[in-house]
Design a protein around this ligand. Sequence first.
Ligand SMILES: [Zn+2]
Length: 242
Amino acid sequence: MLLLVAACATAPETGRSQLILFSEAEDQELGLTAFRQVLSEARLVRDPRVVARVRRIGWRIARVTPRTDWDWEFVVIDDDEPNAWALPGGKVGVHRGIFKVARTDGQLAAVIAHEVAHAVARHGVEKVSRELLLGLGLAALGAATGDEDLTAGAAVAGLLLVSLPFSREQEREADHIGLLYMARAGFDPREAIRLWENFRRLEGDDLPAFLSTHPPKEERLLRLRALMPRALEEYRRARIGS
Ligand SMILES: [Zn+2]
């Protein structure tokens, strides 16, 4: 666990180079540890119709990613805040509050595809790697060098994983990759635009935490619109194929 090996990785679809200090096996372990931690503190929605809907949409998207080998899991958290997240290795959570803005299957697919894209592009371990390289997390990790303290090192990395925000560049990339994934899975990519418009209407109210990291700015919609012709092409192809 946490043998720090600097390695260059490449993000899917965009081809962006990434500096990641973790092996893919370590990603999985970190994600699973953080997932268990989150689940131990959260209450799950048990309504089988709600859970089945999220899983059905989640699976359709997971199937078109290059990570069909991952042990994907989709859970619904009983929380009124419109939020969603994904952890390395394919553990995805959707908060009940997201249904206020994601009103159709296509809009829910846009949320899930964005989160799936963060996971597949290894954004979580990339942001932890950056933090460790900056030295901030490294000090904490350095305090946990003994054999018996390796789990402490993993705990620090796990904490960074859930607490650090994604960079703006990672958010743009998740929008880009997510749009293509939802289209490839047979969901109308124009629903992503409608989703962000729904989010915008929330802005007047108390700003949910999700929106502080995912501002539905005009710039975001412009980028999605610029990608739309390609996404619509993928969508048409998916519909012909199905
Ligand atoms: Zn995001």
